[in-house]
Design a protein around this ligand. Structure first.
Ligand SMILES: [Zn+2]
Length: 463
């Protein structure tokens, strides 16, 4: 079994006592952490094969992004400053409806490369349509070394909430086929790559499934003992739709069809009401807060501090290329904090420590991986990132947690270790050919726009 020693850094454990260990170290044997403590204690009798010097760095549990669209990485900058309906109908859906499996793989690898380079070690992909090529994307998770939960889209109606019948034909899938495919992908990939890959159900938003199909998803997830994720209450119209169709609030409706539980992650939750927080908290479901996306698409501001106080598990998500336009969780943390302070006119809410919990332990719990990842503790999987603090915007470091949330960016991440394996060292990713991934995305992106008949004209034109 290979062994790796990381020493000399400021170790933010995120354990139950939230210990921060100066001159801290970690011993990793195989894929798991076997010692955590002061460097000198951890080094004693360790005989590790390899050692990483973390002097001047903060050692942090790998970040967990619980709402990602891999296929949208290639669509960054395609739909800026536009209304949600135009965003979907004129840009995102026609483009995604023209993807083939090679485009899906190219975009997914671009996204994984960006995530690794900015410290994300685990992600939850929420809606993989069949045309993006599930097998190719799962194979890329395997080779890139990242930890990924891949949700295969399940839909039965080509609609979205109150405005139905608007989806691009290339995006439309049939409910029975979707359910069969989830099972097939689950059998093929769930638990593969030393359990780095998990397969979930990705239910389409309200209006995209009949109540019966949502029930079938709930039954299927129970039988496979797996998870379900879905966009909910992102837009105000979600509640208009469920009230009109079923006389209930969106979460009440989801509860009726059996889809509120500890294995469920709802993305956005902008328009959730107090009653809905209560249902989510009682049943142990998670909300994936996506502050950049909600701001950019003017969806509204989720009431995150109130939700947390009600007992709802909340994690953080970067969402997608056209809605964020970045997959940098460190940047996202700052937005998550400042947005709530501005909304509530209260600088005391969403302190840096709370925000760091969203991207570590809360994210792990959301994915049913609370015992495996999210903190640096003995017996957990060795998913950790080393962030260089020898940069002008990070000195002097009186409080590393403050710098991580308010001052750092993803490009400060120096080294990434996932499942005990060094995936990035001195900012060089060892598992993916960075140049090739970038070139492939550029070429495929240009061809995709051509195929979809979409041109992106800069407002100020080119000279
Ligand atoms: Zn989304």
């Amino acid at each position: 079994m290979s062994s790796l020693l990381v020493t000399g850094g400021t170790l933010v454990t995120m354990d139950a006592r939230r210990r921060v260990i100066t001159d801290g170290g970690i011993l990793i044997e195989g894929s798991r952490i076997t010692k955590v403590g002061k460097s000198s204690e951890v080094r004693r009798e360790s005989n590790a094969e390899f050692e990483v010097d973390a002097k001047g760095m903060v050692i942090l549990p790998g970040l967990i992004d619980i709402h990602v669209h891999l296929a949208q990485a290639m669509l960054r900058g395609c739909a800026d400053d536009t209304s949600l309906i135009d965003w979907l109908q004129k840009f995102v859906w026609p483009l995604q409806g023209n993807y083939d499996a090679q485009d899906g793989k190219a975009s997914a690898e671009l996204c994984m490369l960006e995530m690794i380079k900015s410290g994300t070690t685990t992600f939850l992909e929420s809606l993989l349509h069949t045309r993006y090529g599930f097998d190719g994307i799962a194979a890329s998770v395997e080779t890139s070394g990242i930890r990924g939960v891949l949700s295969k889209t399940v839909m039965g109606v080509p609609g979205y909430g109150a405005a139905s019948g608007i989806m691009h034909p290339g995006m439309v899938e049939d409910g029975e086929t979707c359910l069969r495919e989830v099972e097939a992908y689950f059998n093929r990939w769930n638990g593969k790559a030393n359990d780095r890959i998990r397969v979930w159900y990705g239910a389409r938003s309200l209006g995209g499934c009949t109540p019966e199909l949502y029930r079938q998803i709930a039954t299927g997830a129970k039988a496979l003992k797996t998870g379900v994720t879905m966009h909910l209450n992102e837009v105000r119209e979600d509640a208009d739709y469920t009230k009109r169709e079923f006389g209930k609030l969106p979460t009440e409706f989801m509860d009726d069809v059996g889809l509120v539980g500890p294995n469920v992650v709802y993305a956005h939750g902008v328009w959730l009401t107090e009653l809905e927080w209560k249902i989510l908290a009682e049943k142990g479901a998670t909300v994936a807060h996506c502050p950049s996306s909600n701001m950019k698409l003017a969806s509204g501001i989720a009431k995150i501090p109130e939700m947390i106080r009600s007992g709802v598990n909340v994690g953080l998500g970067c969402d997608g290329g056209p809605s964020n336009n970045s997959y940098d969780m460190i940047r996202e943390m700052k937005f998550a904090s400042l947005l709530q302070k501005a909304r509530l006119l209260n600088p005391l809410v969403m302190d840096a420590e709370t925000v760091l919990e969203l991207v570590t332990i809360n994210g792990a719990r959301a994915l049913g991986l609370g015992k495996e990842i999210g903190s640096l503790e003995v017996n957990k999987r060795a998913d950790l990132v080393l962030i260089s603090f020898r940069n002008p915007h990070l000195v002097p470091a009186y409080n590393p947690i403050s710098h991580l949330v308010y001052a750092a960016t993803g490009s400060d991440v120096d080294t990434v270790i996932i499942d005990g394996r060094i995936i990035m060292k001195n900012r060089r990713v060892l598992t993916l050919d960075e140049e090739k991934v970038i070139r492939e995305a550029e070429e495929r992106g240009a061809r995709l726009l051509d195929r979809a008949g979409i041109t992106i004209e800069p407002k100020w034109g080119y000279v």
